[in-house]
Design a protein around this ligand. Sequence first.
Ligand code: BDP
Length: 675
Amino acid sequence: MKYKALSFFYITLLFITQMAAEDGSRLWLRQSTEKATQVIAPHPSPTLDIAVNELRQSWKGDPVLLTLKKDKALKPDGFRIYAENGKIRVISPTETGLLYASYHLLRLQATHKTTSQSFTHNTVFPLVSNPTYHLRILNHWDNLDRTIERGYAGQSLWNWEDLPHILSDRYKDYARANASIGINGTVLNNVNASPEILSTDYLQKVKALADVFRSYGLRVYLSVNFASPMALDSLSTADPLNKEVIRWWKSKVKEIYHLIPDFGGFLVKANSEGQPGPCDFGRTHADGANMLADALKPYNGIVMWRAFVYSPSDADRAKQAYLEFKPLDGQFRDNVIVQVKNGPVDFQPREPYSPLFTAMAHTPLMVEFQITQEYLGHSNHLAYLSPMWKEFFQFVPPHSLKAIAGVANIGTDVNWCGHSFGQANWYTFGRLAWDSSLSSEVIADEWLQQTFDLGESEVLKVRDLMLQSREAVVDYMMPLGLHHLFAWGHHYGPEPWCDIPGARPDWMPSYYHKADKNGIGFNRSSTGSHATAQYPEELANQYDHPDTCPEHYLLWFHHLPWTYQMKNGQTLWEKLCRHYDHGVQQVKEFQKTWDSLEEHIDAARFKEVQSRLKTQMRDAVWWKDACLLYFQQFSGMPIPYDLERPIHELEELKQIQLPINNYECPTGELLNTKR
Ligand code: BDP
C-alpha cells in the first residue's frame, strides 16, 4: 500500500514536471485530457480513428457526432459544424474533412471561442469552412545527407539511413501538426534535387514516410532533378522530346505509383542556378514540364514547375522570370502548375509582387512563400510573416491562384523551428492556405492562445509585438525598397560593400543598391530597366514615377539623389537613417515587452526568446551601423544628430566573417565564384 502510494506520488511528480517543462515540442497542440466526451464516427478507419482520439482526449464540450455526407456548400476537405439536440454535429464529404473539423473544434476551444461546456447556444455555430486552396503544400529543402538548405532548426527530420525500417515518432507528430492546420502536401526534398531520390532504394524510404502521413491526409511529393535519366541510368540525354527519355520517366512514375498510390507529383527547379533543365537541350520550360505532366497524368499526379529563373545576362534580374515564362502562357498541360516566388527577386524582407502573377492568364499558378527566414534573420530574429504574405494578397487575389506552397522552417530541433516564434510562421502558413481571408491579428491570437498560457492583456501585448516585427526587420535591414544587401552565401548579416572579383554581378549587393555620389537605388522605371512595364498599366504608371511610387518600394524602382525630398520634407538620406534607427528602437521595445512578461511565460521558453531577442538587438545595430556607415561614404551627409550614434567602425564590420556554412552549393558554377 505504502509502495503504491509512493509510486503514485512519483508518477504525479513526473507528470507535473513534464507539464511544467515546456520545450516547445508540443507546438500549438498543448491541450490535455480532462474529461472524456462521447465522440461517434460513422465507422473505424485510420483517419477517423485519429479524429475520434483527438476529440476524446481534449474536447470538453457536448458529445460530437461525425458524419460523412456530401453537401453542396462543401468542398472535399470542407466541413460544417452545428449544434443540434445537445450534440455537436460535424459534416464533411471526406474523412480528412472530418479530421480537419475535429482540429477546428479543438482550436475553437483553446481560443475560447466557445465559452461554456454546452455548445448548443453558441454563437460560433453553425459554421461552414472550406479551404481557399485545394493544395496546401510544404516544400522541404532537405538534402539526402540530412543537411537543410536554408534550414536553421537542426537537421532534416527524414532519417534516410534508418528508413524504411525505423520510423521516428516525429514523423507522426509532424503529420499531425500539419493536419491540425490543414496542410495536405509535403515535398520531402530540396529543389536542388539529388537524382538519387528517384532510385529504387530511396523510393522505398519515401513510401515508408507516405504510409505514416496518409491517415493524416498528408500526401507526399518529390523534387526531381531534370537530368535524372542520365544520372541514374546513364541515358545519353535528358531531352524531354527524346523517346527514350519519355519512356524512362513513364516507367519511373509507374514504379512510384506502384509503391505510393496517392503520390502527389513532382516539383522541378530547372535551368536555374545551374540545375539541369529542358533549355540545355534547346527545349522550353513548357516542353519539359509537359513531358513530366504526361507521365503523371494517368495517376492524377501534378507537376509544380518553378519559375525561379535568372541568368547572368544583361537583363535586370527582377525582369527575367517574366521574360522567360510570359511567352509560354497557355502552353502548359492542365496538370502543370507554375510555381512563382512571391517577389520577382528572391524572398527579400520586402519586394513588390512578382509581375508574373498578373501576366499568365492562361496558366494555373501557385505562390511560393518562404517560411524559413533565409533573409529575415534565420531562426535568431523574431519576424512574424503573416503581414508580409497578406501584403502579397493585396495585389494577387488569393482566388486567382491554384495552390500555395511554403518553404518549411522545420528541423530536428526539439521545438521544431529553432525560434519559438518560428512556429507561428509554420502555423500561419497553414491557416492562410486554408483561409486566406484570416487577418494577421486573428492568426497571431490563435497561435498565442494555443502556444502559451497567457491572459488576454498579455496576448494583446505579444500580438502587437508580432505584428510590428516584420516591418522592424525591413527597417533595420533594408528600408525604402532597398534589397539584397546581404552577406554573400549565408544571407544573414549585412555586406553592402561586398565585391568579389569575377563573381556574378547579380549576386553582388552593389548590383541592387547602386549607391554612388549621385544617389542610391535601382532604376527600374521607363528611364532604366523598365521593369515597371511588366505590371498592369495602373500600377506600372504608379511605380514609374518617384512621386507616385509608394515610399516602401522607392529604391526598388528608382535611383534617386541623396537630397531627394521625401513626402514628409526630409531628404532621402535623413529618411533612410531614421528608418534604420526606428528598426533598432523597435527591437529594443520588443525586448522590454518580452521581459515584462516573465512571470506569465514558462521559464525555458521565456529564456530562449529573451536570449534570441538579445541577438536580434545586436544584429539590428550591426545592420544599421554597417549600412549607414557604408552609404554615408557616398552621401557625405551626417546621420541626424538626435539619432543614436554608430558604435562600430566600418572597417571593423567589413572584417566580420560568420562561421555559417550551411549552404552547400549544388553546382560547379556556384562553387567557382563562392568565397
Ligand atoms: C534562394 C536560395 C537558394 C535556393 C534558391 C531557390 O538562396 O538556396 O536554392 O533560392 O529557391 O533563395 O531555388
